[in-house]
Design a protein. Sequence first.
Length: 270
Amino acid sequence: MSFQRITEQTSNYRHLEKMSVQEILSNINQEDNTVPQAIAKAQPQIEKLVTVIADKMLAGGRLFYLGAGTSGRLGIVDASECPPTFGVPHGLVVGLIAGGDTAIRRAVEFAEDDREQGWKDLQAHDITSKDVVVGIAASGTTPYVIGALNKCRENGVITGSICCNPEAPLSAAADYPVEVVVGPEFITGSTRMKSGTAQKLVLNMISTAVMIQLGRVEDNKMVNMQLSNDKLVDRGVKMLMEKLSLTDYEKAKALLLKAGSVRKAIEDYI
């Protein structure tokens, strides 16, 4: 199949400005409903990527997400949520965006067109062959990401990718490509919409499945979560009470706070 930039194809809808609010919302929702179906088709690709990431991380490696614009921001969101959710150290999962931290909140013009900067950003984190780098780009053509993945390949670093066009250049640069083809956007070319949703869902799948493989979840509970606010402390106390058949909330809370995590509290109690 020759490369098709489906993400840039004309929307299936015309004259959006003439639609009522109800029509706009219904049509966006109709389009969004197609995303899980596209992800289901890509699940075998996702499974291969998750497996290699888990293997590398069990051996002491790290996971890097690399992207530009919305794709970069989504990678940063997923990386930043791993420490509080799963109790892993900061720096085990790293999100990098073209244009640096400034680009998280404000677009940095032409940053994504720099083919060399992605690799430089990875080198600033002392990237090695122990690590895995996942490039994220809805179009699958972003030079910042493709350039970085090509340099990773030259240096023996395993790579994956997430994009929304079939047979994309980014996929060719990755060892474990994931292509979730969601079709044209509701607003032509606005890949923050279905493509962004697809990327977020895939990132959820990757990080969650990997962390389960790393032993960071017990049963269906976040037993390693950081106790960083009252809501999470309360959640942890209730986990502890259920697991240890405790009836005294304050006793369970004291045990939890002393241990610092649900898992450690369970181990200390037993």
